[in-house]
Design a protein around this ligand. Structure first.
Ligand code: UDP
Length: 246
């Protein structure tokens, strides 16, 4: 199924063509970067765990009738996905103040947001992923107004679904970044990944950090934290299907 043709190479994932023009294979690699690529490393098994965590969270979202790119895991690390034409927007949702929000604005650490904040950045290494407003996104021709509204609506629904699931497992969900694309029929579909590389996950009781912030802060135990997220969210059926021991 996996042809040799790499059609996109990102900082932590690659996308390969398949025999079916509507499907691609997303390869989750062990490369990890932070600060727009300023800090780089390779963490053994990171791609494996990120693909499984993403697959599980895509399944939870699909169960609520929201379209995602996810079809199946061929094996951990390789995700069979619908081919999307990606929209260069990073859609960030914030439930609790953390990260760049605290560096840029006078919010209190751990201040909660109800309703959640949606922030949309321009996915562009050249321009350093600047934050957009609706008018700039539309003027740049990145998206049409109607689709921007649709994306915000879907994102709020995804936040609700994931928060409910994660909180039921004892995890807080301070913020996360998602990306969307168009399928071959022009529908807006959730793409990319939902993993500790792109989300903040905190243990609700201990407030332990279980995501890429450990790497950003130069701390040890990154892969152990990612594995802990997997062990918290996977059920026995998932472990059996993906042949995982935790
Ligand atoms: N995020 C991401 N890719 C980016 C920027 C942010 O996946 O290029 C995620 C990040 O992991 C966090 C959320 O979006 O879950 C908000 O990130 P923030 O703006 O706080 O940036 P950071 O503090 O990570 O620089």
């Amino acid at each position: 199924m996996k042809s040799e043709k790499l059609i996109y190479q990102g900082k932590a994932k690659g996308v390969y063509e398949t025999d079916d023009p509507q499907k691609v294979i997303v390869e989750f690699r062990d490369d990890i970067t932070a600060g727009d690529g300023a800090k780089k490393d390779n963490i053994n098994e990171k791609g494996f765990w990120n693909s499984i965590i993403s697959a599980k969270l895509f399944e939870i979202i699909e169960e609520e009738g929201i379209k995602t790119q996810y079809i199946d895991l061929i094996k951990p690390g390789l995700m069979l996905s619908w081919k999307l034409e990606m929209i260069p927007l990073e859609v960030i949702t914030r439930n609790i103040a953390a990260g760049s929000l605290l560096r840029r604005y006078p919010f209190e650490p751990k201040q909660t947001f109800d309703p959640p904040i949606i922030q949309i950045d321009y996915k562009s290494d050249e321009y350093g992923d600047p934050m957009l407003n609706d008018d700039i996104a539309i003027a740049l021709g990145l998206i049409e107004k109607e689709n921007l509204e649709k994306i915000k609506e879907i994102t709020l629904k995804i936040n609700k679904v994931l928060r409910k699931f994660l909180e039921s497992k004892g995890l807080l969900f301070p913020d996360f970044k998602i990306e969307y694309g168009y399928d071959t029929e022009g529908n807006i579909v959730l793409g990319d990944e939902i993993s500790p590389d792109t989300c903040r996950f905190w243990d609700a009781e201990t407030c332990d950090i279980l995501d890429k912030d450990l790497f950003r802060q130069g701390e040890s135990g990154v892969i152990e934290a990612y594995k802990r997220v997997a062990s918290i969210i996977l059920d026995e059926e998932n472990k059996k299907k993906w042949n995982i021991e935790l």
